[in-house]
Design a protein around this ligand. Structure first.
Ligand SMILES: Cc1cc2nc3c(=O)[nH]c(=O)nc-3n(C[C@H](O)[C@H](O)[C@H](O)COP(=O)(O)O)c2cc1C
Length: 255
């Protein structure tokens, strides 16, 4: 087997952080330019899928702290109280991170609460629920257009499994809920072809920062997580690991 040297790997990986100079090459033309229809803005779900309402995404009574205060006091929080998160608080956090505010008439682009290159929005949000009022423990997917949850697996408490899948970081299993952001790269590749990946990673950061700030506003805490076992998390949330896979996680709990 041809194993790349350390230097080769580093050079190759660093390229992803740069702007691509040969982007005009014909064989790299984005599918959008080739006239191939765009992928759906949200991952489709079965007609008979079980949905959970999140109420109207009305944040009137939540998140009322000055923005400057949320920015200054934000930090990674790894100790959570045993208090459950309220469903309306979870609804607020989902709204603050990924809610779709507008879908263009032609269905090609959407606008969410965070920016996205070409308005492609490549992420789906999965939740591993441990302790949320009115929500059975298990795995859910956020439907960002409908502002509802889709039940993926009400298979009970997954605290141990999620901690193990995050390289033994025990505090993650002690949280009330874990946000898992899985990318569907083709949504961004469709428009940006081989340079999609830099955008996708930058965008994960936007989403997670909103979660940090929104948590501060409801006396909750979160911690960005990039140390995890790819196969274990992908299998926990039920994604294929090729066309959709986990990029980033964040446990949330009351503090
Ligand atoms: C991309 C990224 C990955 C991270 N991964 C982990 C992680 O796996 N485990 C963890 O405990 N903290 C993780 N953190 C949190 C950092 O340790 C934390 O942001 C840093 O120590 C600075 O502390 P602060 O966020 O409180 O300012 C991560 C942060 C980022 C931005």
């Amino acid at each position: 087997m041809n194993v790349k040297s350390y230097d080769e790997m580093i050079r190759e990986r660093r390229m992803m952080l740069k702007s691509e100079e040969n982007v005009e090459r014909d064989e790299w033309a984005p599918h959008q330019i080739k006239g191939i229809p765009p992928p759906p803005l949200e991952k489709p779900y079965p007609e008979d899928g079980v949905l959970v309402g999140l109420g109207s995404p009305n944040c009137a009574d939540l998140g009322k702290i000055p923005l400057a205060k949320a920015i200054v006091q934000r930090r990674s929080r790894r100790k959570y109280s045993s208090k459950a998160l309220k469903l309306e608080e979870l609804s607020f956090l989902l709204y603050a991170t990924q809610r779709v505010k507008h879908v263009d008439e032609d269905g090609v682009r959407s606008k969410r609460v965070v920016p996205s290159g070409g308005a492609r929005h490549p992420f789906e949000t999965y939740l591993i629920v441990n302790r949320v009022e009115d929500l059975e423990p298990g795995v859910y997917r956020y439907l960002a257009i409908e502002h509802k949850l889709l039940v993926v697996d009400r298979g009970g408490l997954l605290s141990d499994k999620i901690s193990k899948a995050c390289r033994g970081q025990a505090f993650i299993g002690e949280s009330a809920v874990v946000f898992v952001w899985a990318a569907i790269p083709y949504r961004t590749e469709w428009r940006y072809s081989v340079i999609a990946y830099k955008d996708i990673l930058i965008e994960a950061g936007h989403i997670c920062q909103n979660l940090y700030l929104a948590c501060e506003a409801i006396r909750a805490g979160t911690c960005a997580i990039a140390a995890y076992d790819q196969k274990a998390i992908d299998s926990l949330i039920g994604v294929d690991g090729t066309d959709e896979f986990t990029v980033y996680l964040a446990p949330v709990g009351k503090v």
